[in-house]
Design a protein around this ligand. Structure first.
Ligand code: FAD
Ligand code: UQ1
Length: 451
């Protein structure tokens, strides 16, 4: 019953928002819009209309005026991905995270409803999926990160076969998570973390804490083994928050298996196979599951990966303090698509977009951009219904907290910041080019004594 509801919701979303589903699942089946593509040369061309692309388009269209900024983005809908943790926890509906792309596109920016297929930075040209050549003086890459469910044997097909198999990382599978939590009657509830960089590194465990809390509140906790199987060797990359999260998972009776990487799902037997990383001889372990939440392996998007703009790992090769490309001075990167060594989040995009505007403005005037980005990123680590730890830190993993109290504690205010305030900041400020992260508020709240 719950499965059919969830699949019905999935199908409805698939019909209404086909493009965004496709990017979540395959990144290939791009939809198009009837938008006129009348101009093929721009002072500034942006590729990708997610958080970073739209924020930069808003800033640059305001600065440069009509006809100067073009943005290539194939999807008819814009999605607010941070809400999908809340969708998985039954706190929001998927529909609340989706708005038409035309509603978020700045009015002075020309939307090219197409994909960027080939990059030719030596000739300042991008070739689109429909075969158009788009010329630019300045190029910003904001293509995000690609989800590679297909690299796990048995996926993505397995999602259709088993209602207890879910993933908050795509808009098609996130609506399956809460029904899976509700249907869980005991046994193993397993949550995974892959062996690649991912966006929002806290999200794989946030949903676990919500599920554990739900089981506890609904009389199922005693019969549940809540298990976090992570490829990493630590629970979180920043020591301060890792220490606090260790207290959280130990006090809640959660089992954490480090260096466990999901390689196969057998939905018909409800089995999940993990390779044990660094084991010699190579070891695999098979777990039975009664609920499995998968965080897929991720990579740079194919068209960027296969271009001269990528580093050896497939991410846009960017100077971390200025966001300028290392080899092509008229090319820039923002957000998840870059190799900037910080945690990939919308909060990092916010911290980067003000820096990038200043970098591009300097380059346009023939000046050398100043190093300004400190790696600011943030992860609201929901640890249950009504509580969260707000992690904020820089390139060195040093806490860079906005509020003048210890954010390492689980707090109700931080939960409401994530659930009720951040969506408004995203839609009303970030996407309008008006939010450069909380730096100024941090300085005010620390009486000017913080960085
Ligand atoms: P995206 O917003 O992903 O946008 C990339 C865009 O590029 C997409 O629209 C895509 O269609 C487009 N694109 C891709 N390839 C091409 C191409 N070839 N041509 C043209 N366009 C292309 N962040 C937080 O700050 N806080 C949170 O609490 C948080 N929670 C999260 C929870 C989940 C479950 C998920 C999935 C993410 C979460 N994030 C969170 C991360 C956040 O959503 C991303 O880091 C952010 O969206 C990155 O912005 P971006 O612009 O780099 O990429
Ligand atoms: C943030 O700026 C941001 O981007 C808009 C997020 O993404 C949704 C966040 O989750 C967070 C926590 C921030 C940081 C903002 C504050 C007020 C601490």
């Amino acid at each position: 019953m719950a499965l059919s509801n969830s699949l019905r919701q999935g199908r409805r979303l698939l019909c209404q928002h086909r493009g965004a589903v496709a990017v979540a699942i395959t990144h290939h089946d791009f939809s198009t819009s009837s938008q006129q593509q009348d101009k093929h040369s721009f002072k500034c061309l942006i590729v990708g209309g997610g958080a970073g692309g739209i924020a930069m388009a808003a800033k640059l269209a305001r600065k440069l005026g009509k006809g100067q900024v073009g943005l290539i983005e194939p999807h008819e809908n814009h999605v607010y991905q941070p809400m999908w943790t809340l969708v998985g926890g039954g706190l929001k509906k998927m529909e609340q995270s989706i708005r038409p792309q035309s509603d978020v596109m700045p009015k002075n920016c020309q939307w090219i409803a197409d994909t960027a297929e080939k990059f030719d930075p030596d000739n300042n040209t991008v070739v689109t999926g429909k075969g158009h050549e788009v010329k630019y003086e300045y190029l910003i890459l904001a293509t995000g990160i690609q989800l590679n469910y297909h690299l796990i044997k048995g996926l993505p097909e397995g999602f259709k076969a088993d209602p207890q198999l879910c993933s908050n990382y795509s808009m098609f599978t996130a609506p399956k998570t809460f029904p899976a939590i509700q249907n869980f009657q005991g046994g193993n509830a397993i949550f995974t973390f892959p062996n690649t960089p991912i966006k929002c590194a806290g999200a794989p465990q946030k949903i676990m804490y919500l599920a554990e809390d739900y089981f506890r509140k609904n009389g199922k906790r005693d019969s549940a083994n809540v298990i976090f199987n992570t490829s990493l060797g630590v629970i979180f990359g920043v020591k301060k928050y890792a220490d606090r999260l260790t207290d959280v998972y130990k006090s809640r009776g959660i089992t954490v298996n480090f260096k466990h990487n999901l390689i196969e799902v057998r939905p018909e037997k409800r089995e999940a196979v993990f390779e044990v990383l660094e084991s010699d001889p190579k070891e695999t372990v098979t777990f039975n599951y009664d609920m499995l939440h998968v965080t897929p392996p991720m990579s740079g998007v194919d068209s960027v990966r296969n271009s001269a703009l990528a580093d050896e790992n497939g991410y846009v090769d960017t100077v971390k303090e200025t966001l300028q490309h290392k080899k092509y001075p008229n090319v820039f990167g923002i957000g998840d698509c870059t190799n900037v060594p910080t945690s990939k989040t919308a909060a990092a995009v916010a911290g980067q977009c003000g820096v990038l505007l200043r970098t591009i403005s300097a380059v346009m005037k023939g000046k050398t951009p100043k190093p300004r980005y400190d790696g600011y990123t943030s992860c609201p680590l929901i640890t249950g219904y009504g509580k969260a730890i707000l992690a904020e830190f820089d390139f060195d993993g040093q806490p860079l907290e906005t509020f003048p109290f210890d954010q390492g504690r689980e707090m109700r205010t931080m939960y409401h910041l994530k659930k009720d305030i951040m969506p408004e900041i995203y839609w009303q400020m970030l996407l309008k080019g008006l939010w450069n992260g909380p730096r100024v508020y941090r300085k005010m709240m620390h009486l000017g004594l913080s960085r």
